[in-house]
Structures are given as C-alpha cells and as structure tokens.
Design a protein around this ligand. Structure first.
Ligand SMILES: NC(=O)C1=CN([C@@H]2O[C@H](COP(=O)(O)OP(=O)(O)OC[C@H]3O[C@@H](n4cnc5c(N)ncnc54)[C@H](O)[C@@H]3O)[C@@H](O)[C@H]2O)C=CC1
Ligand SMILES: O=C(O)[C@@H]1CCC=N1
Length: 272
C-alpha cells in the first residue's frame, strides 16, 4: 500500500515517523512538498521519496493524504483534480468539510476526513475519521489501517462530530503541554530546578493517565482518592474552583470547536 502525502510539515511528519516506526517501508511513502528545506529534512529524517511535482506524487500511490493548511487546500485541490481518478483522498485539514472538498475536486466521491494528533509520531496518536457515504468498505479499512498504525482510531457517523474531535484530541496535546508548562513553572517558583520540576511533572502526568486508563472509575472518583480531607490537594482544588479553571478550560475547548466550524464555513464559501 503506497501512500502520498501532499504537504510534509508537522502533522505529516508525525504520521510518517509513526508509520516507519511501525514497519512501513520508506520506499512506500512519498511526499509532495513545495519547500526545499522541508524536502531535505524529510529525506534526511525518513529516507522517503520526496518531490515538488504534484503529478509525480499523486501518480506514485492510490492513497493521497492532503496534509497542508486548510487555507491552502482549495487551490491545491483545483490543481489535483484532474490527477486523482478513483484514488482514495484522506484530508487531515481542520474544519474543511468533505462536500466542499468534493466540489473542489470535481465531485470526487472517495474522500475521508481525518483528525489525527501529533503523538502519532510515537505511535500514540488519536484519530477521528469520517467517510463520505460513497466511500467503500475497503477504502475505509485502508484509512483505518494507515492511521491505526500510528495510534487509536475511531469513526464518527456525523461529520460535525469531527469538529468536536478536533477540539478535544486534535488540539488536545497543546492543552496538555500547557498544563505541563504551568506545573513545571510552579515547581521552579517553589525552588526546584527546571530539570527536577520537569521530571516530577512528566511522571505525574504519565502515572495519572496510565492509572485512569487502567481503571473503570470516573475521573472525579480517582481525583477524590488524592484529596484528603483537610489536606493539601483540597486547598489546590479549592483554588482552582475559585478561579473557575474548569469553566475556562471548557470555554477554551468550545473556542477550538467554534473555530473548526468557522473555518469550514468561511473556507468552504469561496468559489473554486
Ligand atoms: N499540527 C497538528 O497538530 C495537526 C494538524 N492538522 C492539520 O494538518 C494540516 C497540516 O498542518 P501542519 O502539519 O501543522 O502544518 P505545517 O505548516 O507544518 O505543514 C504544511 C506543509 O505543507 C507544505 N505545503 C504548502 N502548500 C503546499 C503545496 N501546494 N504542495 C505541497 N506542499 C505544500 C508546506 O511547505 C508545509 O511544509 C493542517 O490542515 C492542519 O489543520 C490536523 C491535526 C493535528
Ligand atoms: O491548530 C490547528 O488548527 C490544528 C488542528 C488540530 C491541531 N492543530
């Protein structure tokens, strides 16, 4: 199964790294990339085939992954539409709806929209998938196999739910890194070295998320076990409540969701 990525930036690189780590042959992966520095990096990092010529890249595979910015997708689609025939198109562009992409591609009917995330690089990605009703089961299995090679996949049966997936797991690693930053900074302010604060923070996230993953219990039950009456955690949680951190966090996720919908709306409205 050969795969061509159009765009070899952060997210494509994370998926390619995960695929190779999981046993894919570099020779089965091609990237079309317009930036010369990025092309050099991709060859150095992965030993894959890289080209700047769209037709060559599309010709090389039956599965084409659109991995460029949402704002660039329409122009690219218009260039690609004569070249795709019945190939499977997987778009990872945030917000862009399959019916708009299909229009830009002259009513192409084999489109799967995917929302992966960057932990794909180490095989721990989370990808939401939505297929147009015209995509056949074999092509759905191929898409699930590719993204499944770099983590967990789940299908949604309404496209709007992919905007929710974007807000939770697509953008999600950035929220986690934000919390890691805050905990490390707090540790340093309390006198720890940056290295020790980093180690304590990371191991706490790893331990707590592994514990939650191995438990059937609700997150707030696990939280209550850390929170001794009259103890230290209680004070921290009280402070978080007083600062309305949960509400602020939910608003942040809603802002990501709204932006995904807005990008779909605005970028889909433009004429092809
Ligand atoms: N970064 C992330 O965590 C995630 C990103 N996405 C989606 O993935 C897509 C790519 O995002 P990133 O990788 O972060 O962006 P990026 O900016 O790192 O990569 C985009 C790459 O596409 C190249 N490019 C631009 N126009 C091109 C063209 N016409 N032909 C070939 N190459 C072209 C650029 O030179 C660049 O290397 C976006 O649509 C984004 O919404 C989806 C899930 C997560
Ligand atoms: O920030 C973005 O728009 C992309 C989609 C999800 C993660 N990164």
């Amino acid at each position: 199964m050969n795969i061509t990525f159009i765009g070899g930036g952060n997210m494509a690189s994370a998926i390619i790294g995960g695929l190779i780590q999981n046993g894919s042959q570099p020779a089965s992966i091609c990237v079309v990339e317009i930036d010369a520095h990025a092309r050099e990096r991709l060859i150095r990092q992965f030993g894959i085939t890289v080209t700047e010529v769209l037709a060559d890249g599309i010709d090389a595979s039956d599965i084409i992954v659109f991995a460029i910015k949402p704002q660039q997708l329409q122009a690219l689609a218009v260039q690609a539409r004569q070249l795709l025939q019945n190939k499977l198109v997987i778009s990872i562009a945030a917000g862009i709806r399959t019916h708009h992409l299909s229009q830009w591609l002259d009513n192409h009917a084999r489109i799967i929209r995917a929302m992966p995330n960057t932990p794909a690089l180490i095989g721990k990605g989370m990808t939401g998938l939505y297929a147009q009703p015209t995509v056949d089961n074999l092509q759905k299995e191929q898409a699930a196999k590719i993204l499944g090679a770099v983590g967990t996949v789940l299908w949604v049966d309404e496209e709007i739910l992919l905007d929710a997936v974007t807000a939770i797991s697509g953008s999600g690693p950035a929220y986690v890194f934000y919390f890691l930053e805050a905990m490390q900074e707090a540790g340093v302010e309390l006198g720890l070295t940056a290295d020790i604060a980093r180690q304590l923070t990371l191991q706490t996230f790893l331990g707590a998320t592994d514990l939650a993953a191995q438990s059937d219990e609700a997150f707030n039950t696990l939280r209550s076990r850390v929170t001794s009456k009259g103890g230290t955690t209680e004070q921290a949680l009280l402070s978080l409540e007083q600062s309305a951190v949960k509400q602020a966090f939910k608003r942040a996720i809603r802002a990501s969701y709204d932006r995904s919908l807005e990008m779909g709306e605005i970028l889909g409205r433009t004429e092809s």
